[in-house]
Design a protein around this ligand. Structure first.
Ligand SMILES: [Zn+2]
Length: 56
């Protein structure tokens, strides 16, 4: 797995700031996408992957 260089892995007290994980993008990652049981990945509205009902 890749290293987590963002600051989104802080203590889970209160709202956690998720930034878009797209390289070079520092926008607000308001869209979380979790594949299976993996930790969700966060992307902004521009870089969010197409949401396929994978975990319905
Ligand atoms: Zn982005």
């Amino acid at each position: 797995m890749s290293d987590e260089t963002g600051a989104s892995k802080q203590t889970q007290s209160g709202p956690v700031v998720h930034l878009c994980e797209h390289p070079g993008c520092s926008k607000w990652g308001g869209f979380g996408f979790a594949v299976g049981r993996a930790a969700p990945n966060w992307f902004c509205s521009e870089h969010r992957p197409e949401w396929k009902k994978a975990n319905a």
